[in-house]
Design a protein around this ligand. Sequence first.
Ligand code: SF4
Length: 84
Amino acid sequence: MSMNTSERPTTAAAPAWYELALCAQTGPGFFFPEPGSSLRDAKRLCGACEGRAACLEYALTNDERFGVWGGLSESERLALRPRD
Ligand code: SF4
């Protein structure tokens, strides 16, 4: 079974920081908006999230390509990756 990359970790596999995740209360659609739509609301929520640092680290470590993680968009996370 392939994993849907547009979903947050499931409860069974959730990392510890996910208990702090504010996005767990909003549903994934908020953090995976349609292309071209605003990320402002999602980023604002990340700004108030206690799990933000761990969330961003998780996304970078696991090469999450889609949506907002740790307050950063896909392109913003891409900019943080070391270049080969
Ligand atoms: S930083 Fe944002 S994406 Fe990450 S857990 Fe918190 S609310 Fe969710």
